[in-house]
Design a binder for this molecule. Sequence first.
Ligand code: SF4
Length: 486
Amino acid sequence: MADDAIRCDACPVLCYIKPGRTGSCDRYGNHEGKLVRLDPHVVLDRAVERGESIVPFLERSRDWDGTVVSHGETFVTAIGAGTTYPDYKPAPFIISSQVEGVDMVTVVTEGIFSYCGVKVKIDTDRHLGAECSTVRSQGEAIGHVTTSEYGSQMLSLGGVRHLTGGSRQEGVTTCDALLNLCNGKPVELKIDDGAKVIVQAAQPPVVDGIREQRMRVGCGSATIGMFAKQWFGKVDDVVVVDDHITGVLSEHQAGKLLGVPETGIKLKGRRSTPGRYFQVAEPGTSWGGTNIDDPLSILGKFNSKKAWPGLRLLMVSTTGEHHAYFELDENLKPRETGLPEHLRQSVARIKENCEPALCTVMFMGGAGGSLRAGVTENPVKLTHSVRDSLTRVTCGGAPVYVWPGGGITFMTDVSRMPQNAFGYVPTPALVAPIEFTLKLSDYAALGGYVDQVRPLGSFAKEDGRKRLTAHMENPWPLASETRKKK
Ligand code: SF4
């Protein structure tokens, strides 16, 4: 170019980049007339001992001096490897190494994913919003609320329709939110007619300004089942308040088997089966994920034929966060008194059994498209090879779950990947690392670019790479135990 600009051909945007400047996505720059990938290319060492470090990746982070620990103990990820475009070109790196006497190949590329998004699991009892409600970031629709799971609320964010099917602003905002979530950064989300939640991978959610502490021990019925024995004889009845199923000890099968007598208690809501009630209140962010602050508001009048003055009643939420203790007066009206010492332990036990509340961010992408052409000239053979477990797919060295059925649609937990493993291009789309590892003979059989294969040793001589210790929890991508023999 006349002004010394060079063209980046790593994505369809085809930026012209002047010397000393970067392209639209900040991933590539013009360094003294050379197109360079700006982030370091990440190489993983096999974690030596489980428990060696509780801070994987970063503790031993350093520039790679080019030394291969040993074949099979060094894994070249796609993080910072670059992308090739158009798709028929071979992937940026196709590396061979010997693992336990077997010639292996790893094909690495940073895939551009238009079809991608994240599934978010938020461990909370609190009502975040109705199913199908729109989830917004900076006012733009970027996804929706899906199902509630056991103790958690699921969100589906991103996807091709938000990225490219709406307005330009919607696409850009969606891409930005996905990028931050995948790179382990906090993102504030607002659910239509629902809560404001700050989501960050592997961190507790912050719901309407309150940092969530723990997820529920189970639904109200399950809580009765788990702790009935600990309450037996110490209290006459227990109500476990829960937005899903509120449990009543004296009516529940657990109470019946223990011989808990009837107490004449009456619950509002819809009785499902004995001792299990749906819809005792509206969903909310208070007691057991309901909207009630006064637990007595879900009780009707006690049956005077069954109840008695002095009857002892414990009401507790499924996290133990809320609890109240009552005794009936001579008019069979509950009067709150302090929680007796002998019941404190059971409430503490509920809390003890609640796991820490976290956000889980699963990146989901489709690698069953043109990306495959960087691996083989006959793309469907890669799909078959993945399906047959001959090719292992990893994402920045982290394991993935490949969905059954057509294509290579995979999910991975972003917290198992090195931070900042993701990038973007302005189309807009997310850039995610993806590696395909298989035996060299299988690679040749599926029509791979065998002439492009480089031994790990030759690759090691180049600099500008970063060495990290693999995540302790991840299976080693080159390990033979999970490699299916043909
Ligand atoms: S957006 Fe990034 S990858 Fe795409 S052409 Fe520009 S610099 Fe290259």
